[in-house]
Design a protein around this ligand. Structure first.
Ligand code: CA
Length: 526
């Protein structure tokens, strides 16, 4: 029934967006078809700050974009992203399936839902059951096997910390246990041959990293600035870190705008100055916010962090252009999950089915192959990102058979072979399950499941002891975009029944515990 939208007329695209890329359309495609070898494959750069909601890109306030969404964009200054958006396919409705760091990152790397990625919970030394599967074929494994150089820069957060500090064998990388932070040894890097990363560490102006050889670097610089420096160095191939005859796949994971966002220790002063004198009323504009929350003033630092991330991203784009790599490089900008920032009266910035938590940015710039436009129909989910990137790179045949996400590359390029659309995006929330005598988590409990469709958000929460229904959250997102009115279960049984029916194939696709145990089978028609 749905078909991907075909290529824009080149001339129209030029008029709309003034894009320089439309001129390269034919030559690039013909060259690839003619030779088809690895050297002609596109480079890929995937940039994802942590905890950046889709609403917090300035582009949603600009003409041509603001009409595409039914919310008012945050008043945040993001000139580089705005420019990039006009050169990209911009999705309005990308959903972080399990809006929490590690589970999303596990899905991003493996293309599998949390039940199979190995990462159902946020990674922490106390949760040995949640760690990226060593035997999974990750996106970087595929790129590496296809002849790419693969680089990872920044926050990883998919490994359970183990006592493997390269400087202090048999010790954790932090003195306290359990530790969030982790070192990832070479055998757990999944094809990444260039490494400059850490697990989790939230001192934004004193970050540290372990490099390809396990050497630790302690840096006195705001982390996105430093990571942009490293990405730029990689593009310049300083130190011969990559084979320039090969294409490259580079992931850059900025930690900001992740918390802390409470002082000038967390962001750049020049960015904070843009927001410091603005009233909370003018910054927290969503009608579902509570400006009396203790967290409210932190919005200034949150937006300042985003403006700083925007600048770091812009610097990488600028270098890409300088190096003459722009035309043959796919650049994607996204995030692992959003941030509620005083919406819905919750202190939890993420891990909820609210729009601010689930809806993340997703923009793809692929010169000559993906005509710039806004895409509203595709509800992209976390496990789809990996196969879609492989599809865009011409590696659809190499998508591992275990992958559960779908290759939607055709939705970006206009080709026909895209997977069919789903009825909605699955929502997943897991919590700690049983613990052993040492207090280590040895199982997880599938606390809530839900579905986000173009019209509704439904979330069903169950009791940990009985697995019976504990709470139903239903919003009509089309008529109530800020989710101000929780719809009653009793008065909306038909809608809930329909949404539960639509959840079944998603739970099956995810091989989810709810599907296997037929949880709430009086409500969900398995
Ligand atoms: Ca995160």
């Amino acid at each position: 029934m749905y078909k991907p939208i075909r290529y824009f007329n080149k001339d129209i695209a030029c008029i709309c967006f003034g894009s320089i890329f439309t001129f390269t359309f034919q030559s690039c495609k013909e060259k690839q078809a003619a030779t088809g070898n690895t050297a002609d494959r596109p480079n890929v750069i995937y940039v994802f700050p942590d905890q950046m909601r889709n609403q917090a890109i300035g582009i949603w306030r600009e003409p041509g974009f603001r009409e595409a969404v039914n919310f008012e964009g945050d008043p945040v200054y993001t000139p580089n992203l705005n420019r990039f958006a006009k050169e990209s396919v911009v999705l309005t409705s990308t959903m972080s399936t399990c809006p929490l760091s590690s589970p999303h990152r596990g899905m991003l790397l493996t293309g599998m839902y949390p039940a199979h990625s190995g990462v159902p919970l946020n990674c922490n030394a106390n949760r040995p059951i949640s760690s990226l599967r060593e035997d999974a074929t990750c996106i970087s494994d595929v790129f590496s096997q296809a002849g790419y150089n693969c680089a990872y820069i920044g926050k990883l957060h998919v490994d359970c910390p183990t006592p493997n500090d390269p400087d202090r064998p048999s010790k954790y990388v932090e003195d306290r246990i359990p530790a969030w932070d982790a070192y990832t040894p070479a055998e757990r890097r999944h094809g990444f041959d260039y490494w400059y990363s850490y697990g989790t560490y939230d001192v934004h102006k004193q970050p540290h990293y372990w490099d390809t050889y396990g050497v630790r670097h302690d840096i006195n610089k705001w982390s996105p600035q430093h990571e942009a420096d490293k990405a730029i160095s990689y593009l310049r191939n300083e130190g011969n870190v990559r084979d320039t005859k090969k294409p490259f796949f580079m992931m850059v994971s900025f930690n900001p705008p992740h918390s802390p966002y409470a002082s000038l220790d967390d962001c750049m002063e020049e960015d904070y100055n843009l927001y410091k004198d603005l009233s909370l009323d003018s910054l927290l504009i969503r009608p579902n916010v509570n400006r009396k929350m203790a967290k409210a003033p932190s919005v200034r630092y949150y937006f300042a962090s985003i403006t700083g991330v925007d600048r770091a991203f812009g610097r990488i784009l600028e270098e890409l252009k300088k190096q003459g790599l722009e035309k043959n490089t796919i650049v994607i900008f996204s995030s692992d999950h959003g941030e509620t920032m005083c919406s819905q009266n919750t202190d939890d910035p993420k891990n909820s089915p609210y729009a601010e938590s689930m809806n993340v940015p997703f923009m793809v710039r692929f010169p000559g192959q993906a005509a710039p436009r806004i895409e509203k129909e595709l509800l992209l989910s976390s496990p789809d990102i990996m196969p879609t990137i492989l599809g865009l790179s011409g590696l659809e045949q190499q998508i591992p058979p275990e992958v559960e996400g779908r290759n939607y590359a055709g939705w970006f390029t206009g080709k026909e072979q895209s997977a069919p659309l789903r009825d909605g995006a699955l929502y997943i929330k897991n919590i700690d399950g049983d613990k052993d005598t040492e207090g280590k988590v040895i199982s997880y409990f599938p606390k809530a499941r839900g579905i986000k469709t173009h019209q509704y958000t439904l979330c069903l929460t169950i009791d940990k002891k009985t697995k019976g229904l504990e709470d139903v959250l239903l919003f009509d997102d089309q008529n109530d975009p800020y989710q101000m009115q929780k719809l009653s279960y009793q008065e909306n049984k038909e809608i809930i029944t329909q949404l539960c029916r639509q959840m079944v194939p998603l739970l099956k696709e995810a091989d989810d515990p709810w599907y296997k145990e037929k949880i709430l089978n009086d409500l969900i028609p398995y």
